[in-house]
Design a protein around this ligand. Structure first.
Ligand code: SF4
Ligand code: SF4
Length: 175
């Protein structure tokens, strides 16, 4: 018998999404719920109802910022970030297109930068994203310059060889 989406997500994420009793606390605290179609607790409901197509096509799984607000608020200790990761993995494994334009490109570039540097680096991410997504290079120059002047986007990464090696070992385990 094929796996249900809920059992697949539980296995990949190490969570028990059936514990959710839809108190809505996660969704009430989510900073990007305004841009989502469903929000985190409805995503869990869709998984429990085995709405595979609806869920794996949803842009919500790609919009999640991984901020952990939902996990911190959940009275049942459900790690929704791990659930979102499992949903993205499943969507990719089953050849679904990311429901948000350029989300998959961003995801891959981010992981590529982290794999090479051992940490994220916003300036590198921004440059690579602009090149590969073909977004005009200068369309948000003002915002970028403001962040740079406030020291929020350093031009050079803080590289640490031991940290980079540690992260690369994690990627090797994943492969
Ligand atoms: S906070 Fe936890 S129990 Fe409440 S709806 Fe969200 S996942 Fe379900
Ligand atoms: S981790 Fe994702 S789903 Fe949870 S609160 Fe943050 S953005 Fe929302």
């Amino acid at each position: 018998m094929p796996y249900t989406l809920a059992s697949q997500v539980n296995r990949l994420s190490g969570q028990h999404i059936e514990l959710c009793y839809h108190c809505h606390k996660c969704t009430a605290g989510c900073p990007v719920v305004g841009a989502m179609e469903y929000g985190p607790d409805q995503l869990l409901r869709l998984a429990a109802l085995d709405q595979r197509d609806l869920l794996l096509r949803s842009r919500d799984i790609w919009l999640c910022a991984g901020c952990y607000t939902c996990a911190a608020r959940c009275p049942n200790d459900i790690d929704i970030v791990a659930v979102m990761d499992a949903l993205r993995q499943t969507a990719l494994a089953e050849s679904y297109r990311a429901g948000e334009r350029d989300a998959l490109l961003f995801h891959r570039l981010f992981l590529g930068v982290v794999q090479r540097l051992g940490r994220s680096h916003e300036a590198a991410m921004l440059g690579l994203f602009k090149i590969f997504s073909r977004v005009p290079l200068l369309n948000d120059l003002g915002a970028g310059a403001g962040l740079f002047l406030r020291g929020r986007v350093p031009l050079l990464p803080h590289y640490s060889a031991p940290a980079a090696r540690g992260v690369q070992r994690l990627f090797q385990r994943r492969d």
